[in-house]
Ligand binder design. Structure first.
Ligand code: PLP
Length: 286
């Protein structure tokens, strides 16, 4: 596999990062994951825009222009022959040559950038979309700026392991009184009486690029959307539930903490949104 590291395309075995890189030492780095369908990038503009925001909020500079960023994405997709899969992009604060809590001067230490691809044949035909996922709820003990897409992913990893141990597919994070924030790596939704409910944007959740697209498509299709918090109990009494992310698109949730939703199978609103999303995002892919 060919990867991109700080201006160079290299075989993955030859790619190297300094032990002093702040992304490695302090999780002082942000990332994006863009999906590829039919060799084309899904919502590249949305991911580039969120990258700008994450970088600005952490006082970091983007090491390449947006045009270069797009060109690198395309070059890696082409060189690695990716038909369906993902492009992972990470920008780190770079290598100041020592370990120090204080940020280095961005004029002296340039941000680092790494991109690689993951091939996922049949990404849009994931069998889990037919059966749906089982989730458990776990306390949301992440830091308070979940709107910044940093690589601090230890707790989400632990959450996925907890789900696996419980015989489930994923976990939903909950705050006090059982209010759901989001999934370990996706935004969470419920459907009740045809209304789609998902938590409002704030510093408490990641502003999903797929979320923005889904809400736009839902409103265009005259569906009712409520952006507000909901509890696990409300979700367990809902007709349907689902999650969205760049790599899972729209994925049904059929069980929460052992309670089956509705019929226990993916519901019609979820199925329709998945179809619309895949169709529209393929059309708009670049
Ligand atoms: N929420 C969290 C915590 C995530 O990690 C992700 C994706 O990685 C999402 C939501 C979904 O965001 P997007 O649709 O931009 O992939």
């Amino acid at each position: 596999r060919t990867v991109y590291v700080n201006g160079e395309y290299l075989p993955e075995e030859e790619a190297k990062i300094s032990v002093f890189d702040r992304g490695f030492l302090m999780a002082d780095a942000v990332y994006e994951v863009t999906s590829v369908l039919g060799g084309k990038l899904i919502d590249f503009a949305g991911h580039a825009e969120r990258l700008h925001r994450s970088l600005a909020l952490l006082d970091m500079r983007q090491p390449v222009t947006d045009a270069e960023l797009l060109a690198i994405h395309r070059e890696l997709v082409a060189r690695n022959g990716i038909e369906d899969g993902l492009v992972y992009l990470q920008v780190t604060r770079g290598n100041p040559g020592d370990r120090d809590f204080a940020f280095p001067d961005p004029d002296k230490v340039k941000a680092g950038i790494v991109l690689f691809t993951q091939s996922k044949p049949g990404l849009a035909d994931n069998p889990a979309a037919k059966t749906g996922m089982k989730v458990i709820s776990i306390p949301d003990i992440r830091w308070g700026r979940r709107d910044i897409k940093t690589v601090q992913l230890l707790y989400p990893s632990i959450g996925k392991m907890m789900a696996k141990k419980a015989g489930c597919d994923d976990a939903w994070f909950v705050e006090d009184e059982g209010v759901v924030t989001e999934g370990t790596s996706n935004n969470a939704y419920i459907v009740k009486g045809g209304r789609i409910v998902t938590r409002q944007l704030s510093e408490d959740i990641l502003h999903g690029i797929t979320r923005a697209a889904i809400l736009r498509y839902a409103r265009e299709a005259q569906m009712v959307v409520e952006e507000r918090a909901f509890t696990v109990a409300e979700a367990q009494a809902a007709d349907e539930a689902f999650v969205t992310s760049a790599s899972a698109f729209v994925m049904p949730v059929v069980e929460i903490d052992g309670v089956a939703l509705g019929s226990g199978a993916p519901g019609p609103v979820t199925r329709r949104l998945r179809e619309i999303y895949l169709e529209e995002s393929r059309k708009a892919a670049i």
